[in-house]
Ligand binder design. Structure first.
Ligand code: SME
Length: 153
């Protein structure tokens, strides 16, 4: 495992501890999403945009999030977020410019990971993180972000 992966694992461990304390007994989805976005965004310097798009009637609608303003609504199957929501599979995109149909909300974003939030077999939201660095996200991020959404939703 590389040094960078070790650092990531340590930081994700800290985030899980922090969120566990913060969200104990909390049931509200928006409270949980806002807290997860805040804790993750504050922990990783490489996270440029961190947040959720909620599935509202088959359309992905922004928020809660941390970062620069972004596209408000994304159709199912569109872009990286819509692909994750439609397939129910985490998308790790090392170079967003190489992803067909990527939606560029901010020209500085270079790589991205999108993790579906599934409750009762339905994708209720996606967790989206963008970085200005190419190849920033890998299987460690996928594993821990999936762990975070499955633990709190
Ligand atoms: N790039 C995303 C759109 C959302 S922003 O990155 C915050 C996509 O292709 O779905």
């Amino acid at each position: 495992m590389s040094v960078m992966s070790d650092e990531k694992v340590e930081k994700y461990g800290e985030c899980l501890l922090k969120l566990g304390g913060l969200l104990e007994g909390e049931g509200d989805e928006i409270v949980k999403m806002a807290s997860i976005a805040s804790v993750l965004h504050g922990a990783f310097e490489g996270f440029y945009w961190t947040g959720f798009y909620r599935n509202l009637g088959g359309e992905l609608v922004i928020g809660p999030y941390q970062g620069t303003p972004a596209c408000l609504r994304i159709g199912m199957g569109r872009g990286v977020c819509g692909t994750a929501a439609e397939t129910g599979e985490t998308q790790v995109v090392e170079d967003v410019h190489a992803f067909p149909g990527h939606i560029a909300c901010d020209a500085r974003s270079a790589s991205e990971i999108v993790v579906p939030v599934t409750v009762g077999g339905e994708v209720i939201a996606v967790l989206d993180v963008d970085s200005t660095m190419l190849h920033y996200f890998d299987s460690v991020d996928a594993e821990y972000l999936e762990m975070i959404v499955s633990r709190f939703f």
